[in-house]
Design a protein around this ligand. Sequence first.
Ligand code: 6R9
Length: 647
Amino acid sequence: MSANVYPVSEETAKGALIDKAKYDAMYKQSVEDPEGFWGEHGKRIDWIKPFTKVKNVSYDPHNLYIKWYEDGTLNVSANCLDRHLATRGDQTAIIFEGDDPSVSEHITYKDLHERVSRFANALKTMGVNKGDRVVIYLPMIPAAAVSMLACARIGAIHSIVFGGFSPEALAGRIEDCGAKVVITADEGLRGGRGVALKRNADEALSHPGVKSVEKLVVVKHTGKDIPWNDARDVWYQDICDAASPDCPPTEVNAEDPLFVLYTSGSTGKPKGVLHTSGGYLVYASMTHQYVFDYHDGDVYWCTADVGWVTGHSYIVYGPLANGATTLMFEGVPSYPDASRFWKVCEKHKVNIFYTAPTAIRALMREGAEWVEKADLSSLRILGSVGEPINPEAWEWYHEHVGKRKCPIVDTWWQTETGGILITPLPGATDLKPGSATLPFFGVEPALLDHEGNELEGATEGSLVIKYSWPGQMRTVYGDHERFIQTYFSTFAGVYTTGDGARRDEDGYYWITGRVDDVINVSGHRMGTAEVESALVAHPKVAEAAVVGVPHDIKGQGIYAYVTLNADEEPSDELRGELVKWVRKEIGPIASPDYIQWSPGLPKTRSGKIMRRILRKIAANEYDQLGDTSTLADPGVVDDLIDNRQNR
Ligand code: 6R9
């Protein structure tokens, strides 16, 4: 652990929205009087019918519900667009920076409002009604934000599927949520190369389980020739041109769903995390303002993809609800070269920059000279999200990108939490590299031991959150029982995060990583069970066990132990075939880094695979295997050690 402490600088404290005293006072009020606190801050957004009830929550597993502002009504897109028109209609809402560095576009609030209204009307014409599901499978282009807001405008529920996911993964999500319409593009563009989105969508829609889709909307992006199904496919541009630019926002209840976003868990298929409208928007906008010390006129850039929750809350909903200028970047950090991020900061005079540790580590490896190529004097605040940031990467980011004057907010949160829960606030929190520091307003973290006892003081344990906050997920789409099982049954009366954490003598939190079978590859969550089930679906594979392995750039890599069917011979070709297979089943982010042929797997007598042992072997720590006495056949371990791949 790094011992360095970076106190809030005078410069930062001077202009900041929240200083130390204010943080203490607001935090105290937020936990002593949550109703009063959230009642007051609930007014930061526009309500059609103001709420009179603030909070109504029960964590009782037999009767579990989470409701915020439950008698209020609103429209999320009106909060992100219409309410800004009078004061900032001509201000840039979205700066689009293309994959190709010569391509960029400024979209004003007025213009965005019109695009959203037209597309919302077009969706209505296609028969999309309040509560219907729409799957969005798009690259990082303005049409992605337009699609999200158009759904919100008519009360439809969007579900974005990351453009890097395979047709299989897309089909599974479409099927699970029963989408009526899918929105895609002819192609995506990343690092100069096309991504065959329309082709993938066609393949997903031909899947036998996918029966709900009536229309496929296609955005013309690269102009690539694509197959066309006249009965089903429509061009986005055509239907928007034909639609009226006047679309009154649909009134929805605070607890009506806004979106479903699929995320990986430790077991089973990905779950549809459901967020609702009122509480989510209050929480996303409030955290965006305070965590990034956002001031009117700031140019803000979050490098995430809208296919992840970070893109939902901190590219689209939070910033736009606050009337910010938010940058959307289509490309990758390494194209055309390793100075791209910094060139974009210079080009658009970015003030607030929010990215992931995996990107920082990759750029750090390229050398600081790429950073020096750009003028970064506009930067004021830096952010990190997705996984623990190692102190070396933190120090590099602070020194070379932030020039030792920009605070780094290391923000800990999850798809399930809707917004940031543990984080520094720039003007209020002294920083320790590698620590997400302190809770946001209204958030009460606790550390529990295995029996569920709360641990006090400086200690380490399972990270749970004691009470609800407005941005919390409400259910797993179509499976409320799974919601209860996953988050409220391990420990009674609290939200279980699945992460472990350490708390130091200053009360600072240090996230130590997942305590379950979820791995974090380049900030992307993946269930080991998902990769395993993809592998065993291959006709030559009998059994597979997948664990995370430390990886310099990605944080964690994927290490797969594979047992082949009795009549199959291991070979390098087969190894390549399995990697390709997993990419096809899930997507490139799930590619195994190592595949080890394993005639046997270490199992207990009851047949449970002992992953603890597999993790140690993969990490080359086979001298610390711990107790192996419960293994049915301790002999398999020696074979696994002899044939390990990560030497
Ligand atoms: C927002 C997002 C959530 C998991 C989470 C944790 C890890 C995210 C982190 C972090 C340490 C941080 N995580 N931010 N760990 N420090 N600042 O990433 O959501 O994709 O659902 O992942 O990511 O393990 O539980 P999601």
